[in-house]
Every structure is written in C-alpha cells, then in structure tokens.
Design a protein. Structure first.
Length: 57
C-alpha cells in the first residue's frame, strides 16, 4: 500500500489541489448567494433576465 502512495504522489497532490480549488469556488458562490449578490458579477441592470433570477425585496 505504501508503494502505491509513493508511486502516485503527484496525482494525489494535483487531485487534492483541484478539489480544494473547486471547494473554494463553491463556498464563495454560496456566500455570495446568501448575501444576495449576482453570480455573474456584472449586475442585473442590463440583463435580459433581470426580473426572473432574483426575488424582489
């Protein structure tokens, strides 16, 4: 088992880094959604779907 880990260490490290990056993006999106921010970052004024994606507050 130990030899397998050593042989695949590069793959394991890259996979862990990618998983951490994906988790960070998801956490950021959830936090922005809770704050009521737009996911696209450009605002809703010029968007053709501005009345459909956010509830009126």
């Amino acid at each position: 088992m130990s030899a397998w880990i050593v042989e695949n260490m590069a793959t394991i490290l890259v996979s862990a880094i990618l998983a951490a990056a994906v988790a960070g993006v998801i956490v950021s999106m959830v936090r922005n959604k809770r704050k009521g921010k737009s996911s696209c970052g450009c605002g809703c004024a010029g968007c053709s779907m501005n009345g459909s994606c956010h509830s009126g507050k």
